[in-house]
Design a protein around this ligand. Structure first.
Ligand code: AMP
Ligand code: MG
Length: 390
């Protein structure tokens, strides 16, 4: 799947303003238009001094004025035996090479007594030390974080070029599935997968296109699959197991699909299929609601990243300490709904009780999936466990 993701051509681009840049994928480099900081910046409230003047303390200096943040200091020079009161964020004037914190000084009318020595450069952030004019700050392919947006803003990007969000069609299948607003008969199930997937697709930074539910009947299913293939990616749910009416693979084969993999050694989610029809990729996700959610996170999200123009990043798990023993069957890697609790470095994880991969009420109480390696029958409380936060 990684190779397929790597071969996807970059999506088209558009311009967004800062207000709409969050989580979009950059399609251009963000380059510094000036040195940052643009002037030697005071990191403290205190007095700008010549470090040499305060090598021996206490030292008595003449205060020649005050510099607030935002003041032009081009006309100010600090001479030997002089200092100037300065605020955090203000420019350090010529002649001064250090700032003494106000806590280490004592005012005596026009003079200031400096009580502790500072080295040259102390409490001064040199011009250009954070970035040089012309330096590339952010690379294309990066998903914009709040800090990245701050960096773009500080070098004058009111708008930036980003990749268009991929359109992801969502097609739930099953004769028993009815719309949320319909009155379900006793043997019918309201469609929930379409809505968990729309949320996951939005969360992944793409545009969900929910389609009407497809029945377990080849002709109608085929028409909806064809409609779904108009989008950049098609997610199907249900109908990929071994049942007599699991028709998704059959219909995709009729449409000339190439299957890249069928099945994965995971639980829930074992029957997942991945392939393409022409240049359009699809996933057939298992219909059990928790399987649908897990397989989206493991397989569909990285594909959406690729379609979004994002530079691939390896999947990273968070580590948490297990709260109580787990017993499972070996053979498959398991992704079980779990709850992270605790705080700071004391994060703990515990499985939520569930009735199997159809039980999404337990998934709704969970805030992560715990990853259980395929070779572990028992994991003891106190061991570290990988989790995928949700
Ligand atoms: P399937 O993968 O089609 O065999 O479905 C597995 C289980 O998931 C069955 O119990 C289905 O009723 C249920 N299911 C399938 N699709 C949905 C859906 N869209 N919303 C809620 N449950 C579903
Ligand atoms: Mg079904």
């Amino acid at each position: 799947m990684e190779q397929h993701a790597a071969n996807i051509r970059a999506a088209s681009t558009e311009s967004v303003d800062l207000l709409h840049a969050s989580r979009r994928v950059l399609a251009e480099a963000i380059v510094a238009d000036r040195d940052l900081p643009p002037f030697p910046r005071s990191a403290r409230d205190g007095f700008a001094v010549r470090a040499a003047d305060v090598a021996m303390v206490p030292a008595r200096l003449t205060n020649v004025g005050e510099i607030r943040a935002g003041v032009d200091v081009s006309g100010i020079t600090i001479g030997a035996g002089e200092c100037i009161e300065i605020m955090t964020g203000a420019a350090v004037p010529n002649g001064a090479d250090a700032v003494v914190m106000v806590e280490h000084t004592f005012r005596m009318h026009q003079d200031v007594e400096v009580q502790s020595a500072v080295e040259s450069g102390a409490n001064v952030v040199p011009r250009g030390s954070e970035a040089k004019a012309g330096q590339e700050l952010l690379k294309p392919g990066m998903r914009l974080t709040p800090a990245a947006i701050a960096a773009a803003a500080s070098v004058g990007f009111a708008q930036m070029k980003v990749y268009a969000q991929p359109r992801v069609a969502i097609l739930s299948t099953g004769d028993e599935i009815v719309g949320v607003k319909d009155a379900p008969l006793a043997h019918q199930i309201r469609n929930s997968n379409t809505w968990s997937l729309t949320a996951q697709v939005q969360n992944a930074g793409a545009l969900p296109i929910p389609l009407p539910v497809a029945p377990d009947e080849p002709k109608a299913l085929r028409a909806l699959v064809e409609a779904g293939l108009d989008s950049d990616l098609l997610l199907l749910t249900g109908g990929v197991s071994m049942g007599k009416y699991d028709l998704v693979e059959l219909v995709l084969r009729e449409l000339g699909a190439e299957f890249i993999f069928t099945g994965a050694q995971i639980q829930p989610g074992k029957p997942i299929v991945f392939g393409r029809v022409g240049s359009k990729y699809f996933f057939g996700l298992p219909g059990n609601p928790v399987s649908t959610m897990v397989t989206f996170e493991l397989f569909a999200r990285p594909m959406i990243d690729a379609l979004s123009g994002a530079t691939p990043v390896p999947m990273r798990f968070v580590q948490a300490r297990l709260k109580s023993d787990i017993k499972t069957k070996t053979g498959l890697t398991r992704f079980l709904p779990a709850e992270l609790s605790g705080e700071f470095s004391q994060t703990e994880v515990e499985l939520v009780r569930w009735q199997g991969s159809g039980d999404f009420m337990s998934a709704a109480r969970a805030n992560c999936f715990a990853v259980i390696p395929p070779d572990r029958e028992v994991i003891k409380a106190g061991e570290m466990l990988s989790v995928i936060p949700i």
